[in-house]
Design a protein around this ligand. Sequence first.
Ligand code: FES
Length: 189
Amino acid sequence: MDAPHPAVSPGDAPDTRGATPSAPLDATRTRRPGPVLRVPRGATPTRRVVLAGSGAGAALALLAACGGGPAGTQDDGTTGGGGSGGDGPDVGPGQALASVDDVPVGGALAVTVDGAPLLVTQPEEGTFAAFSAICTHQGCTVAPGDGELLCPCHASRYDLATGAVLGGPAPSPLPEVPVTVDGGEVTSA
Ligand code: FES
């Protein structure tokens, strides 16, 4: 009955289990995650990478969009935000823009006429003017400022009476809308 002993000895399974407790097995297991992680890196980006990339792209897209000012103002800026300043708002003659009493002396009133944002100004009492409110820099909507017209995006400043650039990056004056005063109303001419 000695046969079982030699027969058992070639069976390395029990001996291997005994000789190599669990360290080699654990080492093998710990090595597996390494190559598994490397393969996706080389072959195709993992989902996390794709998401991070898309996030960065979206951020860049947003930054690019920010350069053009608020999205709502770019559609009206038919000049494409390039700051040409040569194209005035499409406001036909005879349009009531504002009541005289609503336009502060030495200030301006922001109005929208046929979808076009305008600034009706009264630089001196009884003297009125109107301008496109689309900044000639990158198309943001210019607002009434303190004795001037002010773009909130990059602080371009415009003159109340002429729309001329007083400061900031705006390359050209605000396009003017000719006006007349009739019956207490500032009207496009
Ligand atoms: Fe830049 Fe107006 S959009 S200053």
